[in-house]
Design a protein around this ligand. Structure first.
Ligand code: HEM
Length: 415
């Protein structure tokens, strides 16, 4: 294959993994001319980029969320957005918002999570067919974020709708839902109005929720003002929903493509945590991040000028044979720890424990059902995003007794 990797091209998006392999072998630090960015593909180098924030700034992430790496200085209004900040400023804001993600808070969500998953699974157990993504992988994470934030129960359906419309508007990744622009604007307005009021309420009458934790800290040294808090809440919607949804979808897809692994985990549930880590390694929900060089520097023998955009390819690093033997194989008996799917270093995902918990509770409820279903013959489509990857829709159909063995066919053949 001639090396023609472009991170924002449809051609690559269909199946980026063969490109990643070529990059690792032949051009570990590669200039992608159309996107105007350096692309880093080997494990050690990706980790180096994420570790050295003094060399690689996160301020380029904002432009990338909008679809392209942008390395111009960002406007002052974007100064205190967690994911775009660098140390030392990043540390204070991260400490503040991490009060909402303590192990105690995550543990407190677990009981509700089990209830929500049980409720969501009940109708699916008797269904002849269902779309795993819209029936399970989308609603569970969004309901959990609502709980974590402390959204009042009577507004939780509204919250789900705003979240869907906002995520679709920002990332373009649910374009299939057909969200028109006015829905995005309307959702943002209602979101802001609702959370503005909720913050006022929680400031005077705090509860055990994330909004209360954030408003309590507001009077402290590094408190966030109201609009900064709203931006953080939006970050959570985007960082915490779509990613977890993609993880669940990709896990089920990988299991049907590897029926022997499905059988193994159905027989032995203690493999569920390994299944989740191996899915994260093999099919990362976030394929790459973006950084900007703060000075001229050399990476793996290539000279990068100051102010260049750099894409550390998490999804390629995770399959690097130098780090994970037979990196392109899905094998839930391997030790997948050390994968970079939650990032690495100062910005490492704050929701990782929550995402793992959600994935394991969902998998425990779902796993015994999977052999009774098989993926429909509809062609599989992925979410409409370059940075995020996961099935947009994954319809499962009940196997009739005579065709039950068809689940043994890989998904690709069944399609
Ligand atoms: C499988 C699910 C998830 C994946 C793959 C994922 C992935 C990531 C990655 C790669 C980063 C690093 C960004 C960077 O270095 O620039 C990150 C950061 C972050 N994630 Fe996650 N995430 C997931 C779930 C969640 C959830 C459930 C939440 C919260 C409810 C969350 C909240 C955050 C936040 C707030 C940050 C920013 C941290 C910072 O900038 O210091 N994530 N995530």
């Amino acid at each position: 294959m001639k090396l023609e990797y472009e991170p924002f091209s449809e051609r690559v998006r269909t199946d980026p993994y063969p490109y990643y392999r070529e990059l690792r072998e032949h051009a570990p630090v590669y200039w992608a001319p159309e996107a105007g960015t350096w692309v880093v593909s080997r494990y050690e180098d990706v980790r180096f980029v994420l570790k050295h924030h003094e060399l690689f700034s996160s301020d380029a992430m904002g432009g990338m969320l909008a679809g392209q790496p942008v390395v111009e200085p960002r406007p002052a209004s974007l100064d205190r957005i967690l994911i775009l900040m660098d140390p030392p400023d990043h540390v204070g804001v991260r400490n503040l918002v991490s009060r909402g993600f303590t192990p105690n808070r995550i543990a407190a969500v677990e009981a509700r999570l089990r209830e929500i998953v049980a409720e969501t699974m009940t109708p699916l157990r008797d269904a002849e067919s269902f779309d795993l993504v819209s029936a399970l992988a989308v609603p569970v994470p969004v309901t959990i974020i609502a709980e974590l934030l402390g959204v009042e129960i009577e507004r939780s359906e509204d919250f789900k709708q705003w979240s869907d419309d906002i995520v679709a508007g920002v990332t373009g990744s649910r374009r299939s839902v057909g969200v028109p622009d006015q829905d995005f604007g309307g959702a943002m307005g209602q979101f802001e109005a609702y959370f503005g009021k909720l913050m006022e309420k929680r400031r005077s009458d705090p509860r055990e929720d994330l909004i209360s934790a954030l408003t309590q800290a507001q009077d402290g040294e590094v408190g966030l003002n109201q609009s900064e808090m709203l931006v953080f809440l939006l970050t959570l919607l985007i960082a915490g929903n779509e990613t977890t949804t993609n993880l669940i979808g990709s896990m089920v897809e990988a299991l049907y493509e590897h029926p022997e692994q499905l059988e193994r985990v159905v027989r032995d549930r203690s493999l569920i945590p390994s299944l989740i880590e191996e899915t994260l390694r093999y099919a990362p929900p976030v394929q790459f991040l973006c950084r900007r060089t703060r000075c001229e520097l050399e990476l793996a023998g290539t000279k990068l000028p100051e102010n260049s955009a750099v894409l550390p390819l998490l999804a390629s690093a995770n399959r690097d044979d130098r780090q994970f033997e037979r990196g392109d194989e899905f094998d839930l008996t391997r030790d997948a720890s050390g994968h970079l799917s939650f990032g690495f270093g100062t910005h490492i995902c704050m929701g990782a424990a929550l995402a793992r918990l959600e994935a394991s509770v969902i998998t425990e409820a779902l796993i015994e059902e999977l052999p009774r279903f098989r993926p429909s013959s509809e062609p599989l489509e992925y979410v409409d995003s370059f940075m995020m990857r996961g099935p947009r829709k994954l319809v499962l159909e009940r196997c009739s007794a005579s065709s039950a063995r068809a689940t043994r066919r890989p998904l690709a053949e069944a399609r």
